[in-house]
Design a binder for this molecule. Sequence first.
Ligand code: AGP
Length: 612
Amino acid sequence: MCGITGYVGNRNAVETVINNLKRLEYRGYDSSGVACLTEKGLEVARAVGKIANLERVLDGHTPESHTAISHTRWATHGKPSERNAHPHRDSAGKIAVVHNGIIENYAELREELISEGVVFASETDTEVLPQLIARELTRLSTQISAESFAHAIRVALSLVRGSYALAILCADLPDTVFVARKDSPLVVGVGEGENFIASDISAVIRYTRNVLLLEDGEFGIITPDKVTLLKLDGQIVAREIFRVTWDDAAAEKGGYAHFMLKEIYENPRTVRETLRTRLLEDGTISLPGVPFTPAKWTSFKRIAIVGCGTAYHAGVVGKRFFERILRRPVTAEVASEFRYGDPILDAETLVILISQSGETADTLAAMREAKSKGATTLAVVNVVGSTLSRDADAVLLTQAGPEIGVASTKAYLAQLTALSLIGLYFAQVQGATLTADYAVALRELPSLLERCLQKEPEIIALAEALASSSCFFYLGRGYDFDTSLEAALKLKEISYIHAEAYPAGEMKHGPLALVEPGVSVIGFCTQIETEEKMISNLKEVKAREGTVVAVLREGAKNPDCADYTLFVPGTLDPLMPIVSMVSMQILAYHVARLRGCEIDQPRNLAKSVTVE
Ligand code: AGP
């Protein structure tokens, strides 16, 4: 949940790392800082708040340097402040470290170092790292070299428990950046006579498409002409260059006011790309990246779908769909509960882990829990080279491209599409013939989503009518209830209005007491068998003077209890969560915009929650 960049080469290193850091601001933005090696030695600048504040501190005077590291923070230990901003240094000011992750045993290490006379300058867990490296260097008392410094890093990391992606500078070792990674992502962009370090690919692809993905427990010595990767035991690692195919524009806003709106408009392309190579011309499904034999698939007697936030909400839809077409027990579980719930898993369980970033700590822990109990793990993930994509037994990549807005939009539709493919493939293996109908419906999905996008003007008018609501209820039954979970999250996380999803049939068991003027209730009535029941529920709301918004299929009768009606294109019931969500993402976006909220980086949130 923090962003790291580094550079070594012949460019102005400070300008380069800060420009790249801006691509990572979605990962955390409560403070930032930069360290560089100059003829004066190690220089550091830090600032609270966004990266623009750091640039103001530098005030255009970027030191003459060809080696630098930088960091944008999302606080886990120590409040957002200049003194807690990275980089952190040892007491002698000769070592600078930027860190993404958590040192879980930092308190005991801090106490030990304090007892040896170390004076800490910050409240962070990270600061123990430069102090430990400095202590080891003193103990080595040899002439400092890249090798002795690398050894000191290895010893320091052997004392540490937790997660880290690190970039480290030493004042006595010019033109060299040291990196290390465990449970937090780190990549090296390989250039000509220069090398780039970043938390993810989007921060380096302006300079190079050749990338080295560090694995857990690896660290590296990076100079302008050489990248040496090693295991913590010193064994050299031979890593293939990964060739990035994303275009640079994909990580830019493309003319939209916010990444979130751009990504909403990428929904049709995302669904189309996620279907590509998997939904075949003949209407059958293929999952080339999933190496399970038919016997392996049919050996799964139970399925658990696990994720956090939006990814969990996709799992809720997947559960309903899988149970309906596979007739096997399926659960949808929140990863942070699953990992501590001692789940009943065995070799006949398939655990599907859903994650856009592939780095969410709770979801990674859930994967480890599943593997420890002999279950088979299948990751539905969007980021190539992420930990989840590399450590699960099998991977189905959602082809959403970089998702920068903290509020997940296109990734959700990609996850639902991927789950549809998995469910249909599994049904196909079981000998079902239902895929033909779904193949037609899936193929037309992108055009249905384009039609939803064309309704933006109508949805803006609805947002204007609802933006001053005191709170929202999102109601539904069946798949419509599943949709209401994600629709409610979208609104609350960017507009800061409380919004609650509820099974429509449950309102009269309590929550109806909350309905009064100013409360807006959005009722999804897209499921054919429950449409009538839903209209009755909305009449109960209207009778209590709540504001009623009905979401119905095109062609349905306009209910007279609705103050506002949104018609969405119809498709098969299990695919309606994909279609209905586009309008809800647009609605949430415009309500937040009208309320003057910070849309791409909402308060208190980060794009990738890599800590518990
Ligand atoms: C959704 O809009 C949020 N950004 C959040 O709930 C997110 O879905 C959750 O943190 C899971 O992230 P992941 O998909 O990267 O694992």
